[in-house]
Every structure is written in C-alpha cells, then in structure tokens.
Write a protein that binds this ligand. Structure first.
Ligand code: CTP
Length: 398
C-alpha cells in the first residue's frame, strides 16, 4: 500500500519515526509530509532515511508537477501523527495553507489522525467540536493515550504507541473478514537442550509466522502468537506466549487450542530431543567422538488432528512443510510432497516451500504452494503477501 504520513509540529513528532518504521517494516511504501513546524521537532534527514523517500514540505517547490494533487491521488492511506490542536482546527475548517492541508483537501484516500496535546487542549470545546466534525466526515481519529505528558503533568493527550497507530490505521482500510475469529500461530524454531549451555536448534527466523500474525490482526482476528525463541520486537501483539522447547510448545498449544478457531504451525519443530539432557556443562573428556542419545518428539500437529477426530477439538489446522528439493526437481515434486503431508498429518491445509540452499531463512520474501484437498495455488512475494494468501484460503475452513 502507498501510505502518506503527515507529521505536525508537536513534541510527539519524534514518535512519528516509529510509525514510519512500522509501515515500512510491513512492506508498505511510505512518503512523509511534515509541516514546517514539525521540522522544528524532527529532522527531514531522519524522515527521509526511515521512509526511503525524499521529504519536501514546501508548497511552492516543483509547482509545475502540481504536487499536492499528485500526492493526494497516489496515496491509498494518509496518516497524520501527531496531529496538533491547531492542525485539527485548520483541517476541520478546510484551511489549506500548507502542503499537508492541501493534500488532505484534495484526497479521496482514507485519512487517519492521531492527535497529541495537553489534556486541557484535548478537552477544550473547540477541539471537541473539531474532532466530532472530522469524524462525521469519515476521518478516523484515534483516541489519545492517557499518561505522562511533556511537563510534570499526566492525563489524556499522549500520542499512542507507534504499534497502536500502525495497526489502527491499517485496520481502517482493511476488510475485517477475520473479525471474531481466534487464531493461534506458532512461529520460530524449537531448541532442545543438550546441556545447560548447548541445544539442538534450527534456522527458522519466525518471520513467516510473525507476518501471519500481523496479517491476521490487521484483518480483525484475535491472535495468540506462540513465539518460539524469537528475539525480534513483538510488543505490538497483545497475546504472546514465549516458549523454547517442543515440550513447552506442546503445553502452550494444548492450552490455546481450546479457545482457537484455527491453529497455524509455521513453527520448525525438532523431531528429536536428548533422552536425558546433561545437567551442567558437558565436558570434552579428550575423546574424538561423542554419541548423543536422542528420542523422538511427538508430532504436535498429528496430536491436534487426532483430538479433532475424537471430537475433542473444533479447529482448522494449517501445517507447513519446509522441503529440500534436489537439483532438477520443481514445483510438481513440492506439490506431491505437500499432498502426502496433508494426508499424513490429517490437516486442512499444507503450506510448502523449497528451502534448499537456505535461501528462505531470515529472508523477507517467500514462495510457497498452498495445498488443500480441493485446491492448490502458488503464492510468492513478501512474507506479508504470502500470509494474506494463506489467510484467503484458510477463511473457507472457518
Ligand atoms: N510438526 C509438529 N511436530 C513435530 C514436527 C513437525 O507439529 N514434532 C509440524 C510443523 O510445525 C509443520 C509440520 O508439522 O507445520 C511439518 O513439519 P515437517 O518438519 O516438514 O514435518 P515432518 O513430519 O517432520 O516431516 P519430515 O519427515 O519431512 O521432516
């Protein structure tokens, strides 16, 4: 999506950096349009670096390109964060005296505004009337957070956290087709302890699972994210369960399964664990070889599918298959293996990809086949694009 982020001149302008980053990290194309006063609080260099686009707030440069109309037409979504009381008043009155307000008056895109100011200004009748007027015209005005303000005081008027602004803005332009649906997503890779300092692990980054959680949340789902050894920031998700080993993952899945409509398992789960992990640190003991005795872990997806067959669970199940294809093997082989796994695991969907050469691990893009009993389709692009394709198919099982 092409998102225009307007920044107005308040102390919370520095927080616009987090909003811009939030959108770009999700793969959106971001342009930033600060007011001249916003640039007293945050530098154009910062805004350009974070958005990967040039910043030019001046109404009177490039006049020949009629840029207020071009910006207004190319945006799919306009987000103003922070929005000052003065900005709200000028926008509500239709005063187009800078580039941002010209764009806002000319656009047909959805507009989302995140006001930030002192409590006295937020509850002033003029501001209250301006907000009502803008809402009546279809502008989404995000409620300010309550908390510490610029001085010693605290109250309503704080700019909400960047994650809240990003998710509410995206929700405003996204079909809420997963509203009321509860999804459990297990993302990352398990670690089975060998001793107190070593483990058997794998190369899963968890990025595809996190993209699924982002996409599902944006489409209105209530998401429980089981994060398996994931280091990246997950603060935007309200329900995160952190686990490490397959045993811990199993317990988290069992707990979440009872209140889920669907369970998605992009998790890389170790098929084996140490029969008895060493307590303390295993020593070298001058030997050239060392044998570790491993025992099989239960197949968690198969366990869930058996519970479902016994009518003890009512969930849709989505398995993932990271396959290593030999040179010369193509998507036909991948599809065959995915079909086998669909039957073997007793799940509704298998999402399979080729991970030979390790090219998928930690990458931002993915290329998968999505297999159900009735259909098969390819999806490629950013992990968010692939996540939305998976959700499009999953919707039919809910
Ligand atoms: N899975 C699971 N429990 C395990 C192993 C895997 O629930 N002990 C899940 C994974 O999270 C994934 C799916 O099963 O969604 C397929 O994982 P994969 O490792 O490809 O399956 P395996 O059954 O281990 O197949 P293979 O013999 O190809 O390793």
């Amino acid at each position: 999506m092409r998102i225009l982020v307007g920044v107005t001149g308040g102390i919370a302008a520095y927080k616009a950096a987090g909003v811009i980053r939030g959108f770009t990290e999700l793969g959106h194309i971001v342009k930033v349009l600060p007011t001249q006063n916003a640039l007293r609080f945050i530098g154009a260099t910062t805004l350009e670096a974070l958005s990967h686009n040039a910043v030019d707030p001046d109404l009177y440069t490039d006049v020949d390109s009629v840029k207020h109309i071009a910006l207004a037409q190319e945006a799919d979504l306009i987000v103003v964060a922070p929005a000052t009381a003065a900005f709200l008043a000028r926008y509500a009155s239709g005063i187009a005296d800078d580039l941002l307000l010209n764009v806002l008056l000319a656009t047909k895109a959805k507009v989302v505004i995140a006001p930030a100011m002192h409590t006295e200004m937020w509850i002033h009748p003029a501001t209250v009337t301006n907000v009502q007027l803008l809402r009546a015209r279809g502008v989404v005005v995000i409620e300010p957070a309550v908390g510490r303000l610029t001085g010693e005081d605290s109250g309503a008027g704080r700019l909400p956290e960047a994650e809240v602004i990003v998710s509410q803005a995206l929700n405003a332009v996204t079909n809420q087709d997963f509203a009321g649906k509860r999804l459990t997503i297990a993302a990352g890779g398990t670690r089975e302890p060998i001793d107190s300092v070593r483990f058997i692990g794998n190369r899963s980054s968890g990025k595809q699972g996190i993209a699924l959680a982002d996409a599902a949340s944006t489409r209105g789902a209530t998401v429980t994210l089981i994060a398996i050894n994931i280091d990246s920031d997950l603060s935007r998700f309200s329900n995160v369960v952190r686990v490490s080993s397959t045993e811990e993952l199993s317990a988290a899945l069992n707990a979440a399964s009872l209140t889920s409509d669907a369970i998605l398992m992009p998790a890389a789960v170790s098929d084996f664990r140490m029969s008895s992990p060493v307590i303390g640190k295993m020593h070298r003991e001058d030997s050239d070889t060392k044998n570790l005795e491993l025992v099989a872990n239960p197949d968690l997806l198969v366990g869930l599918s058996r519970l479902r067959m016994d009518s003890k669970l009512n969930v849709a199940l989505v398995g993932f298959a990271a396959e290593v294809l030999e040179p010369g093997q193509g998507s036909e082989e991948l599809i065959d293996r995915a079909k086998e796994k669909l039957a073997k695991k007793g799940v509704d969907m298998i999402v399979a990809n080729d991970v030979s050469n390790g090219q998928v691990f930690d990458a931002d893009d993915n290329s998968v086949v999505i297999i159900t009993k009735e259909e098969q389709q390819l999806s490629a692009g950013s992990k968010l694009t692939v996540a939305n394709s998976i959700l499009d198919v999953l919707r039919k099982f809910l």
